[in-house]
Every structure is written in structure tokens, then in C-alpha cells.
Design a protein around this ligand. Structure first.
Ligand code: 2IO
Length: 413
């Protein structure tokens, strides 16, 4: 029988309010923390998390069948294994590299400029709710080649899908709502898929429709699941990463000044933001056989949650882990968006984030654009900072004041 700690729970309000305050205690005193209410184990040490994510024989992604498939309407990339995984992953990688990536960067620019324009003369923006969330959806729609006039509808469906995959425990009512969103999204996508099969373009949906795997094209169900997979994965963490980046730079004015002076430091600032405050805090796996961590056995069949935020602050992996430092030598910026990344914000191993290079390009492009526009950027008077989320976590809002920019002063006429 697993040992239950009656005084601590990851499902408590105290933990949700300030998880970072608990990480050191978890790593030291409860590195294999069991939550009876959800019958799951939580691992917080860097080495243990790394082991789970790289030993894909012993720790499978089987849990996604219940955690994701109902709203993805089919299998996502992370669920696949072997030759199917290799082939389909390659197809998605191709959709995020070369010419495609260049087009995507142009879309990031255009969307950012359009969405920020109304706030520039006001000198005030909520970087999460006014800008980040719509920005994340707009960019994802452009990547997929979906019509942006439907963005609010797609955003609402996405919220339901994201709520499902990022929830620890759902009430039956919320579960029904999430499934409704997913079913409507699926119905919305079906005619688009059929149209792209007939008239493929340069967008990702067309590439998924026309790609062949062992001579067999993907079914509508396969394509739908990969579209919803990309929709969720590209949208959900984007506004959080951008807001965290600005928060950390505002909280560290010296590093803000350095990045402003030398935008080549932006990748380091983004990588350190991902290490310090990863937007995806939990990655689930299923133990395929009994496994021992720090003397505690995780039984075969158990659900294991890798605590990315805690692992990224492990002093065994990073020096002074609770310090935000874009110059830290143990991060290795150049590797931070590749399979050799030291931080675990993109996971690691076989299923490491396929969109890491895109994510870097997206956040770098939008930040490089916003920093010069948001002169003297600071928290709005009376702004109260709060983070939300256990699975994906980010600032609830980020109200910023800056020097108002009047039409004609943006350098664009
Ligand atoms: C979409 C948490 C948004 C992924 C997921 C069911 C699979 C996979 C992830 C990330 C981010 C999401 N898991 N992306 O953690 O594709």
C-alpha cells in the first residue's frame, strides 16, 4: 500500500497558490509523492523525471488514451510508438521547418502587429488576456490554415479541449462540456479536411492530408486528432511563456536592459524562462512494471506525473536553481530548443516536444517586436500578480503600462 501524507496534497489550495514553495520539500522529503484521491504518483527530482521520460519501455504514454484521446477524437503523436510514430512525427516536423517556418514567422509578425495596435496609444495592455491568448490562437489558426474569422469560436472549443487534458479531476458536468467542445470542433474540421484533400495548399492541414505513411494516407480520424493535438499544443503554452518572459524581465531590470541592448540574448531569456517557469508543469506516464525511486516502489499500471517545474529547480541539475539568470552557464541556450536541452520544459526522450523550434521562433519574434514598442514597460498601478493552473500554469493576467505610442511613431507610418 502506498504511503499517504495526511498533511500535504498537490490538490490543495495551498499548493495551487504557490507550488514553487513546496518543490524543495517535495524533492527532499517526498520525492515519490502519492495522491490517493487520483491514485497517482508525483515525481519531483530531476534525475527521476528524466528517467521516466527517457525509459519509454518502462513508462508508456498509455495514460493519454483516457487523458487526451476523448477530446483529441483520435490518437495524438505522443501516444504512438515504433514506425508509425517515426513517420508521423517526421510529417509534423516537416510542417514546422524550412519554408513553412518562414511563413509561420511572418504570420507571427502580422498577428502581433495587428493585435497590439489598439493598445499602443493607450499605453496599457493586459499581456495575457488582451494580447497573449488571442495572439496564440491567431498564430495557430494561420499555421493550420484555418479561417481567422472563426477565431473566437475555435478559441472557445480549444478552452474546453485544454480543460480536459490539463485537469486533474473533472466534474461530470465539466467533462460533458469539454467533450461537447471537442465534438463540435471535430464537426467543424471535417469539411475543411475534405476540402484540403481535394485542393491542398501550403498549410499544415493540407500536409497532414496529403502525407503518406507506408503508402497509406492518414484517415480523417488521424488528421483530426493531429490537428487538435497541434491546436492545443501550440496555443495552450504560448501566452503563458510570453507573459512569464515579460514578468521575469520586469522583475530583473538589469537583465531587461541587457536584452533590450542586445536582442541576441532573447533566446537565452526564453530558455531560462522555460526552465524557471515551464508552462507545462506536469507530464503523465504509465508505469509498465514495478519501478523503484528513492526507495519507494511505483507499482506496474500506476499513473506517474513528472513534475517539470520541480525538476527544473533541482539543485542537482542547476546551480542556484531559484535564481532567474539568463547568463547561467548550466543551461546551454543553443541546446535549449533541441533534444539536448538541459531543462525539461519540452519534456525529453522520444516524445520531446515536436514544436520546440517553432515555439522558440514564435516567442522570439513576438518578444523582439514588443520590447521596442513597450518602452518603460512596468506593472500597472495596483496590479496584483497571480498565477493559475496545476497542469499548465501561467499568469492569470499581466497588466502592463508603457509609454504610449501614437500613430506614426511605430516606424511603420
Ligand atoms: C496535447 C499540455 C497542451 C502535447 C497533449 C495531449 C499531448 C502533448 C503536452 C503538450 C502541451 C499540452 N502533451 N503537448 O504536454 O502535444
Amino acid at each position: 500500500m502506498p504511503v499517504v501524507n495526511p498533511r500535504f496534497s498537490i490538490l490543495s489550495e495551498d499548493f495551487a497558490a504557490a507550488p514553487y514553495r513546496c518543490f524543495a520539500w517535495l524533492r527532499e522529503q517526498a520525492p515519490v509523492h502519492y495522491e490517493p484521491a487520483i491514485d497517482s504518483y508525483f515525481l519531483s527530482r530531476y534525475q527521476d523525471v528524466k528517467r521516466v521520460l527517457t525509459d519509454h519501455e518502462a513508462f508508456s504514454t498509455e495514460t493519454l488514451q483516457v487523458r487526451a484521446e476523448p477530446v483529441m477524437r483520435g490518437p495524438v503523436l505522443a501516444q504512438m510508438t515504433g514506425a508509425e510514430h517515426t513517420a508521423k512525427r517526421k510529417i509534423v516536423v516537416r510542417g514546422f521547418t524550412g519554408e513553412a517556418l518562414q511563413d509561420q514567422i511572418r504570420a507571427v509578425h502580422a498577428n502581433a502587429a495587428e493585435l497590439m495596435a489598439p493598445f499602443l496609444p493607450q499605453g496599457r495592455v493586459d499581456l495575457v488576456n488582451d494580447f497573449g491568448k488571442p495572439f496564440a490562437v491567431h498564430v495557430t489558426l494561420d499555421v493550420l490554415g484555418l479561417d481567422k474569422k472563426d477565431w473566437q469560436q475555435v478559441a472557445a472549443w480549444h478552452s474546453g479541449v485544454a480543460e480536459f487534458i490539463t485537469s486533474i479531476a473533472l466534474t461530470p458536468e465539466r467533462r460533458r462540456h469539454c467533450l461537447d467542445c471537442a465534438e463540435q470542433l471535430e464537426a467543424y474540421l471535417l469539411p475543411v479536411i475534405e476540402q484540403r484533400r481535394r485542393h491542398p495548399g501550403e498549410d499544415l492541414i493540407s500536409k497532414l492530408c496529403t502525407a503518406e505513411f507506408d503508402g497509406i494516407a492518414m484517415s480523417n480520424r488521424d488528421v483530426t486528432a493531429l490537428i487538435i493535438n497541434v491546436l492545443a499544443a501550440a496555443t495552450e503554452p504560448a501566452d503563458k511563456t510570453l507573459a512569464f518572459l515579460f514578468k521575469h524581465l520586469i522583475d530583473h531590470p538589469e537583465q531587461m536592459a541587457q536584452v533590450r541592448r542586445d536582442p541576441d540574448l532573447l533566446p537565452a531569456a526564453i530558455a531560462e524562462t522555460l526552465r524557471y517557469t515551464p508552462p507545462v508543469q506536469l507530464i503523465p506516464r504509465q508505469a509498465e512494471r514495478d519501478a523503484v525511486f528513492a526507495g519507494t516502489t511505483v507499482p506496474a499500471g500506476a499513473t506517474v506525473f513528472c513534475m517539470i517545474g520541480a525538476a527544473n529547480r533541482d539543485p542537482d541539475a542547476f546551480t542556484a536553481p531559484d535564481t532567474f539568470d539568463i547568463h547561467r552557464p548550466d543551461l546551454g541556450t543553443a541546446r535549449s530548443f533541441t533534444a539536448a536541452a538541459q531543462h525539461l520544459a519540452f519534456g525529453t526522450g522520444l516524445h520531446q516536444c515536436v514544436g520546440a523550434a517553432f515555439a522558440r521562433a514564435e516567442i522570439e519574434t513576438v518578444a523582439a517586436m514588443l520590447l521596442p514598442l513597450l518602452d518603460q514597460v512596468r506593472y500597472s498601478p495596483g496590479f496584483h500578480y497571480r498565477e493559475t493552473g496545476l497542469y499548465t500554469r501561467g499568469p492569470a493576467s499581466l497588466s502592463l503600462d508603457f509609454t504610449p505610442v501614437h500613430a506614426g511613431c511605430t516606424g511603420r507610418g
